[in-house]
Design a protein around this ligand. Structure first.
Ligand SMILES: Cc1cc2nc3c(=O)[nH]c(=O)nc-3n(C[C@H](O)[C@H](O)[C@H](O)COP(=O)(O)OP(=O)(O)OC[C@H]3O[C@@H](n4cnc5c(N)ncnc54)[C@H](O)[C@@H]3O)c2cc1C
Length: 412
């Protein structure tokens, strides 16, 4: 077919990508095709959005209005809309999403389906904001579920990996709009970072550490502090032994050093620029926050062997949730992310070694990034049996059971 994901490291093995214009067309396509998978904005780094020999459905042409319900503090959006396309309208209406990922370029359905997250010890991932979902199931039927009316299955529906159906609309919780100021600090010693890890996380609404793992100083801490709308937060002279960094390392970053609306500060990268490095691969593992120092020490010990394949690592946190396939199911997590150079063989060789080091902590990989995996993966999700039952109920014919889902969910 010749189409690939954003990173260009995965060539889709599906036979076709179809772009229906209405939900009825989506229903017909699903009812007619024996193997179907929904495709978002293709930002995943593995085959989670692919279906060997099947049909991929891209809903970008399905017209779905933005519906803000001010009384309920919710917004309902079309599945394929990118965060960056509607978050300014939320702010205009006096609302915000609790958190955003590092980039606003991804679709809502794709982000929710893979438990995409930002950073913040008290802030959950993007899937946790979902309070309602509409999806086309294998028989072409359109089903709606809400958190209130379907409590038995709702925690299984958000992080669905595309295995439950084609999502057409989602309802998300809103909070009152707020401001954020982001600042960066360098030269925080590793010893301070590890001993003051909790305090460092608690000092920001969202905190990210960018590190190459080498040397005595940990790297760059990107601190995002929350403020009331219009409130100007003061500059900090230092942060846990780190000194302020004047300007972002690249011009694709959102604005530093001045307070502004949440949607222009929570993502690291601007919608009108290529996010992150551009030509790269990514992996990420989530570890219980109580094990943060020990897990970070394990990866730091690999620093020299990671260096030839690594651009940079990002260490973040995410609050726990109850979503069945969320890597932060059951408690707060530290997220150890790797932005790799485009060296697939070198990365593939490193992943099992990283997974071995993080195994004692029960690390769960990000569903949309590169990992090696194995039978241990499903075992790390206590609700995996419930998810399998739900998938079999909504998809008795295996219409959405792609190779990725067979491998990692059904252990086939
Ligand atoms: C530069 C870059 C930065 C990133 N930063 C972050 C970050 O800060 N935090 C983080 O957690 N992740 C991050 N990611 C990973 C990214 O958020 C996830 O891979 C996310 O899934 C991408 O969404 P997408 O719309 O591209 O989905 P795709 O990759 O297209 O699809 C992902 C999954 O969603 C399913 N899906 C998509 N649409 C539907 C639908 N309508 N119905 C049912 N299922 C659907 C697909 O079937 C597939 O299983 C980053 C990726 C890149 C490239």
């Amino acid at each position: 077919m010749g189409e690939s994901n954003w990173a260009g490291n995965h060539l889709f093995e599906a036979s076709r990508i179809l772009r229906p214009r209405t939900v009825d067309e989506v229903r017909q396509l699903v009812a007619d095709a024996p193997k179907v998978k929904a495709l978002g904005t293709r930002h995943s780094f593995n085959d989670v959005a692919d279906f060997d020999g099947g049909v991929l459905i891209d809903l970008a042409d399905v017209d779905a209005p933005l519906e803000i319900d001010a009384d309920a503090s919710t917004v309902t959006v079309g599945a394929a809309v990118r965060y960056g396309d509607f978050i300014p309208a939320l702010h205009e209406a006096g609302f915000a999403l609790e958190n955003l990922a590092s980039l606003p370029h991804c679709s809502v359905a794709g982000s929710v389906a893979t438990a995409t997250h930002g950073s913040g010890q008290r802030v959950r991932n993007l899937a946790a904001a979902m309070s309602g979902i509409e999806l086309v199931t294998a028989d072409g039927g359109l089903r709606r579920f809400t958190r209130e009316q379907d409590p038995d299955v709702f925690p299984g529906l958000a992080v669905g990996l595309g295995a439950l159906g084609v999502v057409t609309r989602l309802t998300l919780d809103l909070v009152p709009t707020f401001s954020v100021r982001q600042d960066a600090f360098v030269e925080i010693p590793w010893s301070v970072l590890l001993s003051e890890f909790d305090a460092i996380q608690a000092d920001g609404y969202s905190v990210s550490l960018f590190t190459p793992w080498l040397g005595d100083s940990a790297g760059m801490v990107l601190l995002k502090r929350r403020a009331e709308p219009g409130e100007a937060l003061p500059e900090l002279a230092g942060f846990h032994g780190g000194i302020p960094m004047e300007a972002p390392p690249r011009d694709n970053f959102t604005e530093w050093g001045v307070s502004g609306p949440w949607h222009e500060r929570l993502p690291h990268f601007r919608l009108d620029a290529v996010p992150s490095v551009g030509e790269e691969l990514q992996s990420e593992y989530l570890v219980p926050i109580a094990d943060a120092a020990a897990a970070l020490a394990e990866i730091r010990a690999m620093g020299e062997s990671l260096a030839p394949a690594l651009f940079v690592s990002e260490i973040r946190t995410v609050a726990g949730d109850d979503l069945w396939l969320s890597p932060s199911h059951g408690g707060d997590r530290v997220c150890i992310h790797f932005t790799w150079q485009p060296k697939p063989e070198a990365v593939a060789a490193l992943l099992p070694r990283i997974e071995e080091r993080l195994a004692p902590f029960g690390a769960r990989p990000h569903w949309g990034k590169l990992f090696h995996g194995g039978p241990w993966l499903a075992e790390r999700y206590p609700e995996m049996p419930a998810f399998r039952t739900l998938a079999e109920r909504l998809d008795p014919t295996g219409t959405f059971r792609s190779p990725f889902v067979s491998r990692h969910v059904f252990d086939e």
